[in-house]
Design a protein around this ligand. Structure first.
Ligand code: ZN
Length: 118
């Protein structure tokens, strides 16, 4: 069922900008599944706990969990803004600094130190 949520999100996303990295596109799609999916539990689908070897660009659920953490610790609308910038061809790597005051790398380090979700 929620595989459809993920795939539907790609249709909605319709990112045309080639500057948008693939990990970001897949991370947003799984973020939407994690937050809006209707039957993840039944499908035994969940975001895995952070592992030391993970990185923000691992894509899918690993990136999605980081996105959830960012919305809980920085801005609850951050991924909505990210999606909006990506759709309007406005995404640049500067997005993170502009919206959180910190680079993606620094945010990831913070996340690794305190990865618990609320
Ligand atoms: Zn996908």
């Amino acid at each position: 069922m929620d595989v459809i949520t993920h795939e539907l999100m790609h249709i909605v996303q319709n990112y045309k900008d080639e500057k948008i990295p693939n990990w970001l596109t897949e991370g947003v799609a799984d973020y939407v599944r994690a937050t809006e999916g209707v039957n993840n539990e039944k499908a035994n689908w969940k975001m895995p706990d952070l592992k030391p070897e993970n990185n923000f660009d691992n894509s899918y659920r690993i990136t999605a969990r980081f996105f959830v953490w960012l919305t809980q610790n920085y801005d609850k609308n951050l991924i909505i803004k990210l999606d909006s910038d990506a759709r309007n061809n406005n995404y640049t790597p500067d997005f993170w600094k502009k919206n959180t005051g910190k680079s993606l790398e620094v945010l990831w380090e913070e996340y690794k130190m305190k990865p618990a979700l609320k």
